[in-house]
Design a protein around this ligand. Sequence first.
Ligand code: AMP
Ligand code: FES
Ligand code: ZN
Length: 311
Amino acid sequence: MRCRKCSHPAVIKMPRHNIALCKDCLTEFVHTQVRRAIDAHRMFTTNDRVLVAVSGGKDSLALWSILLKLGYHADALYVDLGIGEYSLQSRQKVQRFTEAVATSYQATLHVHTVEQEQGAGIRELATLVRRPTCATCGTMKRYQFNRVAIEQHYDVMATGHNLDDEAARLLGNVLHWQTDYLDKQSPTLPASLDGFAKKVKPLHRLTEREIAAYAVIHHIDYIVDECPMAKGSKMLAYKRVLNQLEADSPGTKHTFYLKFLDRQAKQRQEDSQTITEQDQHRLHPCETCGQPTSTTVCTYCKMMAKAGSHA
Ligand code: AMP
Ligand code: FES
Ligand code: ZN
């Protein structure tokens, strides 16, 4: 198999574009898609300070690496959830990447350890508040991502969500007609209020497979295992269905998600209302911690009050 662009040996076949690419052309392709996402959705510029949420997985470590290579000022945040061996290993991957790559760009890694700061690991907290671990974990991560971004004065916070993640989430939102969530499923969520960081997903044009190939080519050592708590999750089921559709009809995920974004952009123009304006009507500071919320006390503070160890 030869690269469609330069005829060197190909490392990946990409049926959705009907091409195969070699190492260098895949690298160029990935960088172009990331630049395109950043520019088209006005995510940030080289003057901004970006905080990348890194989990130790391929997507977020690849994202951090790509942003540094493209000349952006990108630091990172790792949230140690205290999930036994999985957290130990993912933390190690993040720390090794920081030492091997990020420090040569003068980039900094912030670490938030839930067990230390909140008094218990995420599984124990979930038991205390009687909520599923993944939901408790989602609340904790969103809260800590936003808090660190605001306290450390970052302009924007980036996550490694890819095309597979976003298409699966869209499928879930459509199947349950979660219209509120559909409105918010955007690759850029503006800073809607003081205390609410801008959030972006620069990898949303790239599939999991393309990013995995990029990570391997660039010797990014990442944790391959999924979080043990994710077993049997709805998101994994949606991904399986989409992968099946994709195998039968290449380009399905791409069309499903990117056409949704096109329609969303048109709709917003017609409504001439941005998410910022919609949010400003709804959000105000949490009475306990001051982070924006649509209720009196935010979900995180309610959760920590219930756990009896408000941080
Ligand atoms: P997930 O929800 O596990 O699919 O992760 C989605 C994105 O959230 C990742 O690409 C990371 O950017 C971020 N993320 C997930 N887990 C962590 C973590 N423990 N610490 C920092 N960022 C994380
Ligand atoms: Fe949150 Fe698994 S990463 S429960
Ligand atoms: Zn709060």
